[in-house]
Design a protein around this ligand. Structure first.
Ligand code: HGY
Ligand code: MN
Ligand code: MN
Length: 421
């Protein structure tokens, strides 16, 4: 144990092969009937994988517990433990037909770093928590980051009444997964519980790879506004109804998809807009659609652009639908503001990368992360490693083991520095 204030001990090198094997091991838990890796929240592969993650944390001596929101929380006791903790982690659920690295890298690297600290007898002053947060990805409930919202105290009772495409309530889905929804609403960590939170994650975009830098020091996490637009038109015979007389819900929804794209393409700063999917009916070629639903999202690290884009999208969709005599109803499913990382942690991560001789650059995160919610509890920072071809949320998602190990090494060096701050 080194005394307070002296230079932190040299960060132990992660075991790159063990970390790569862990990533491969977790990748086994997926719906093998579909391409890529599908391990969505509440799915059977996800349920089975939670037991595997908990066992790995136990093997690492982290004495894991599953909290009231279903988060798996491992703890490496510090010399002056019991006070504000160092926290790292991420998520292990995937999008449908996703990849093997998004979120997974952060959870398994956290376990690897804790393992290396124990193996080298490097005792931190603070407790180190390694967390696998429940349900980070976007889902049909419209509530991502379920577990990190709970610990940050922003999982709300109203969220539990959201339903997915088949009408299941989020509260019932949590209950079926062994989570007590009401307890999940009441287990917020106190702001003083977190000394600092640092999350390692793949960039999921092209900036690092294009720059040739090894490490990304994240400046801000994009705000994400997700919306559901209901279109109500009028059914009719596809063959006999003149075009001018139609109130076609599906056509208005399709026009809305182009509106969403146009708003995103018009962003003068970092701003993007994406239509996720449409559901319409009655779903026969011989019938004009009388209802349609569009799920879409807009994102930006610039809060003022985001606010303007929200207004423009709704105004333009409404005007187009009105011109067709189609009525709309807009429900904003989530409105997560942009979250800057803590400047002090950016400096610490940059210094850690410098110490290890790894080049780095400051990058924004277009992706959302659990870290955006943990920022409510203490200083938050994120470390990125490159994504090949900038691809993610697809089977092509890939980051070489050497880059992941480098990211884990920077995580270790950052935690050691923060431990003395
Ligand atoms: O969708 C996202 O931004 C993240 O990958 N959950
Ligand atoms: Mn992620
Ligand atoms: Mn993701």
């Amino acid at each position: 144990m080194t005394a307070q204030g002296l230079n932190p001990p040299s960060p132990p090198m992660p075991d790159a092969e063990r970390l790569a094997a862990a990533i491969d091991g977790l990748a086994e838990f997926h719906d093998s009937t579909r391409p890529g890796w599908s391990r969505e929240v509440f799915s059977e592969p996800y349920r089975a994988s939670r037991e595997w993650v908990r066992a790995r944390m136990a093997d690492a001596g982290l004495d894991p517990v599953v909290d009231a929101a279903g988060n798996i929380v491992g703890r490496l006791p510090g010399a002056r433990g019991g006070g504000p903790a160092l926290v790292t982690g991420s998520h292990t659920d995937t999008v449908p037909l996703g990849g093997r690295f998004d979120g997974i890298v952060g959870v398994l690297s956290g376990i690897e770093v804790a393992t290396r600290l124990r193996e080298t007898g490097t005792v931190l002053e603070h407790d180190l928590l390694v967390v696998d947060f429940l349900g980070e990805e976007a889902n049909e409930f419209g509530i991502s980051c379920m577990g990190s919202r709970s610990v940050a105290g922003v999982l709300e009772a109203g969220h539990l009444n959201r339903v997915d495409g088949s009408g299941v309530r989020l509260g019932d889905a949590l209950d079926g997964f062994g989570v007590d929804p009401s307890a999940a609403l009441r287990q917020a960590w106190r702001a003083g519980d977190v000394h600092a939170y640092v999350e390692l994650h793949i960039e999921q975009g092209p900036l690092l790879e294009r720059s040739g830098e090894r490490i990304g020091v994240v400046t801000a996490i994009a705000g994400i506004d997700r919306l559901l637009v209901n279109f109500a038109g009028r059914a009719g015979h596809a063959g006999t109804t003149p075009m001018a007389d139609r109130h076609d819900a599906l056509v208005s929804a399709a026009a809305a998809v182009l509106t969403v794209d146009r708003v995103g393409c018009g962003a003068p700063v970092h701003g993007v807009a994406t239509s996720g999917y449409i559901r319409s009916g009655p779903g026969s070629m011989g019938v004009i659609s009388d209802h349609a639903r569009l799920w879409a999202e807009i994102r930006s690290v610039d809060g003022s652009w985001l606010a303007g884009a929200r207004r423009r999208i709704v105004d333009e969709i409404a005007a187009e639908a009105a011109a067709r005599g189609v009525e709309i109803d807009v429900e904003w499913l989530s409105d997560q503001d942009p979250v800057p990382t803590a400047p002090a942690l950016r400096d610490t991560i940059g210094a850690a990368a410098d110490e290890l001789g790894l080049s780095w650059k400051a990058v924004p995160s277009g992706a959302g992360h659990d870290a955006a919610h943990l920022a409510r509890l203490g200083p938050m920072g994120m470390i990125f490693v490159p994504s090949r071809d900038g691809r993610s949320h697809c089977p092509e998602e890939f980051t070489p083991a050497s880059d992941i190990a480098a990211g884990a090494h920077v995580l270790a060096a950052t935690l050691l520095r923060l431990d003395r701050s």
